[in-house]
Design a protein around this ligand. Structure first.
Ligand code: CP
Ligand code: NVA
Length: 300
């Protein structure tokens, strides 16, 4: 039987995503009460990081330990992957020894090829196309602060990057409206925008107008550092600052997957201000991924 993978949010039904979010909050409360919950005793997670990480690495590693399992950090620098061993061969070999594998890499096709040759579940820990684990944490965070996201409006400001594309998928699955405020030259592919559920505008204030949550991310994602100079100039009008936040709903919250570049895509007063829930959002990576690990490893 083919294992269940989590490469994009589309690998789950809306009901499954809602169940994961609810379970994440339950696991959070369990941990707050200091109760042990170790259903993954003896299970081992392998984590391949071809790009840097703080949150993803720590949350998966801590999460696996808290669930009674363990994890291995695998860097291409000291595995044969870095010396050209094919992804397909690596997947076949390590999936015969592990119970679940997380991969962070550039090309989305790499995680797809990895998953196609793995006999255990593969989790996308970020590619240039998607960051579905972060979306689980974001959706959990919105739900905990503001309730059901269905029917609400999310404003995305900045690059139409991996996070933005995962928000597009989430909007379709969970029935919310997404307004993307972005310079024309960095706009999402036209086929991703329908003008109704997913709206694209070059006007940052129009994107934010009345929104329930304002979200942004770095202007130059990992792998795009060489474009940093031209991106800084192009994205400057899309900076999330106090003036822009005034266009959102009065009770709007602010989210950012982090790491944040203060003074670039977001000002310090917004990031550290009362509307910001970024620290809860970061912590929720732990709880959301524990729910995901349980789901992938324990669902019959
Ligand atoms: N948000 C996020 O994925 O952070 P890291 O790059 O630190 O894992
Ligand atoms: N869009 C960012 C997210 C980092 C967590 C990147 O890909 O670098």
């Amino acid at each position: 039987m083919q294992p269940r993978h989590f490469l994009t949010l589309d690998d789950c039904t809306p009901e499954e995503i809602l169940t994961l979010i609810r379970r994440a909050t339950e696991l959070k409360h369990l941990r707050e009460r200091g109760e042990d919950h170790e259903p993954l005793h003896g299970k081992v997670l392998g984590m391949i990081f071809e790009k840097s990480s703080t949150r993803t690495r720590v949350s998966f590693e801590a999460g696996m330990a808290q669930l009674g399992g363990s994890s291995l950090f695998l860097s291409p620098r000291d595995t044969q992957l870095g010396r050209g061993e094919p992804v397909e061969d690596t997947a076949r070999v390590i999936s015969s020894m592990l119970d679940v594998i997380m991969v962070r890499t550039a090309g989305h096709d790499v995680v797809e090829r990895f998953a196609n040759h793995s006999r255990v579940p593969v989790i996308n820990g970020l590619t240039d196309d998607a960051h579905p684990c972060q979306l689980l944490a974001d959706l959990q965070t919105f739900t905990e602060h503001r309730g059901d996201i269905a029917g609400r409006t999310v404003a995305w400001l900045g690059d139409s990057n991996n996070m933005c594309r995962s928000y597009i998928r989430a909007a379709h699955l969970l029935d919310f409206k997404l307004r993307i405020g972005c310079p024309g030259e960095y706009a999402p592919k036209p086929e991703l925008v329908d003008g109704e559920r997913i709206v694209f505008t070059t006007d940052p204030a129009a994107a934010v107008d009345g929104a329930d949550v304002v979200v942004t991310d770095v202007w130059a994602s990992m792998g795009f550092e060489s474009e940093e100079k031209e991106r800084m100039a192009a994205f400057q009008p899309y900076q999330v600052n106090a003036e822009l936040m005034q266009h959102a709903a009065d009770d709007a919250i602010f989210m950012h997957c982090l790491p944040a570049h203060r003074g670039e895509e977001v000002t310090t007063d917004v990031l550290e201000g009362p509307q910001s829930v970024v620290w809860d959002e970061a912590e929720n990576r732990l709880h959301a991924q524990k729910a995901l690990l349980e789901f992938l490893l324990l669902t019959p």
